[in-house]
Design a protein around this ligand. Sequence first.
Ligand code: AKB
Length: 313
Amino acid sequence: MKKILVTGAFGLVGTELVLELQKRYGKENVVAAAHSKNPGEFDGILEQADVTNPEEVKALVKKHGIDTIFHLAGILSVGSEKNPAAAWEVNFNGLKNILNVAKDEKLKVFWPSSIAVFGPTTPKENTPLHTSLEPTTIYGVAKVAGELLCQYYFNRYGVDVRSIRYPGLNGWRADPGDGTTEYAIHIFYAAIKEGKYVCPLKPGTYLPMMYMDDAINGTIQLMEADPSKITIRTSYNLSGISFAPDELVSEIQKLVPNFQVFYEPNHTQAIADSWPKSIDDSDARKDWGWEPKFGLEEMTKEMFDNLKKKLKM
Ligand code: AKB
């Protein structure tokens, strides 16, 4: 990884990944590409790119002599249900465009899949990597198709594409997107700003989650692993923490004792109910040494302290 392009560079993951890549590989070697957003005080190489336009992506790759793409641009589960056609165009066709450029220009690619590949027929506890994939959301359908496309491009064209099924990610640097697990970020803003929160999921709704620092380290670790270690070319399961909203609330109440939460499940409950509660990530541990560092307590403290500083409260 000498010259890196990150698409979706100012989303929840991109914002933190770009900073870490800049630190490890040098600011001059990381190109941050966004669709339209002006990131304000960004310090680095900034480009505008629409991943649904293959010519635009190819031109960027050639202009900067890119050898690696972290393709993060995408629409999350709740946003995708609002516009399934746009979700397919960005999430599936966008990936196809990136893989085609990677094939032509011999690039290495990272692409995030998600626990959204799983559905009601998948075992809920300790969900294995190879299992029933029958998602109920268009986001999940595009992720399953995307995983198979990645594997096809590896087998057929030798594209070195690597992927992780991200669980719900908790980060504080960027604003949360339109996803199902993002309640676990919104809740911190509410605790700090208002002292109360209306939770869109019921107590007891366990979901696989992870603190952003673990996700960023895991992503770079996977990309730096020797190709001989990578046995999975669809997408690796990755596990961090598994918790339900009421458990997160109890942790936050240790820091904000008067924090009040009202449970009013909405349409995201059905999505959450279709996803696993916990994940078996033994392949990632065995193949490239994955090990998460943050538990629920550490994550809550980090989120709270950093957000308070960010919000100047
Ligand atoms: C979402 O909830 O849509 C995402 C995801 C789990 O992929 N955070």
